[in-house]
Design a protein around this ligand. Structure first.
Ligand code: BJW
Ligand code: ZN
Length: 259
């Protein structure tokens, strides 16, 4: 795969890289994307599964959906795209990975600086007392799991929910602030495998571009961002990213050092 001289120059000169990832990066691991013909939202209505109102109305249904997805995600592995991003982190002085994905595959692939905008499917929390629970601490029962923490001898009994961001909910403030700050100071911003329609995540490439970053998109299809991007790299992230990594290897000797 060929990469432009301009892209290679910008990457070699870059000190700060930000990569924003979406569901497309996990597609090659077997996690379905949300939009498009085979996407989750072609079969399920987001307002029936991914809002707090939907959860309060039918916690059992929403939990069944999450239990199914938790099972799929626990049984799959990071793919070559995840691994390439973890390798890239080692090559640059600062490499911030911002993900909309909740599947934890970036960390499992070895990425260290990961900001999670939409939460993590491996965590759950009590809506009453805020206690955090790992998946193996949650018992899925009729209705929905209940918090078993004891306060002054009495069980909390609050509803436990997955620690993910649903539509209409604020995304985690600390993750957002760090992401926006990283986007503002990025030399190169990579938008990978996301349709770029969900805000505020979708504003990160715009913030980066406005602040002078070189904007690169990796996607199997063009998106609303493509015309604004300085480069559109068409293809699967599991193919494009390892190729880019190989091209960078031998060009960048140690973080920030041009060979
Ligand atoms: C490949 C590939 C391969 C395939 N290689 N590529 C401004 C304007 C309009 C609306 C809003 C706005 N600001 C806020 C809103 C409301 C809303 C929103 O954005 N709505 C729009 C959809 C219209 N946003 C929110 O509600 C957010 N909260 C918020 O803003 O709080 C403030 C607020 C509060 C109250 C009222 C109003 C504002 C929260 C958003 C939470 C999103 N949650 C979900 C579910 C997470 C939990 C779960 O999974 O169970 O997050 S929805 C879903 O979409 C999921 C994803 O992270 C997110 C983004 O999807 P993504 O990753 O882009 O996936 P796809 O499927 O869309 O795209 C995949 C791409 O990959 C495609 O382009 C393919 O071509 C490509 N691809 N294979 C490379 N191998
Ligand atoms: Zn509780």
């Amino acid at each position: 795969m060929k990469f432009s001289n301009r892209l290679m120059e910008r990457l070699i000169e870059a000190r700060r890289i930000v990569a924003l990832t979406g569901a497309g990066v996990s597609a090659e691991s077997g996690v379905p994307t949300f939009r498009g013909n085979d996407g989750i939202w072609s079969r399920f209505k987001p307002e029936e599964l991914a809002t707090v109102d939907a959860f309060m109305k039918n916690p059992q249904l929403v939990w069944e959906w999450y239990a199914h997805r938790k099972k799929i995600i626990a049984s799959i592995q990071p793919n070559a795209g995840h691994v390439a991003l973890a390798r890239m982190e080692e090559m640059f002085e600062q490499f911030v990975l911002v993900t909309q994905n909740i599947d934890n595959l970036h960390r499992r692939a070895g990425s260290k600086t990961v900001l999670e905008l939409h939460g993590n499917i491996e965590r759950n929390y009590c809506m009453k007392c805020g206690s955090i629970f790992a998946n193996d601490e949650v018992t899925i029962q009729a209705g929905a799991p209940r918090c078993e923490k004891k306060y002054e001898g009495l069980s909390c009994d609050g509803l436990v929910r997955p620690d993910v961001a649903w539509f209409g909910e604020l995304i985690p403030e600390d993750q957002w602030k760090q992401s926006a700050r990283a986007a503002e100071s990025a030399d190169v911003f990579l938008s990978i495998g996301t349709s770029g329609v969900v805000y505020p995540a979708a504003s990160l490439p715009l913030i980066a571009k406005r602040s002078g970053a070189y904007l690169v998109e990796v996607n199997t299809e063009r998106t609303a961002l493509s015309d604004l991007a300085d480069e559109f790299l068409e293809g699967a992230s599991g193919v494009v990213l390892p190729a880019l990594c190989d091209r960078l290897k031998g060009t960048i000797r140690s973080p920030g050092t041009i060979v």
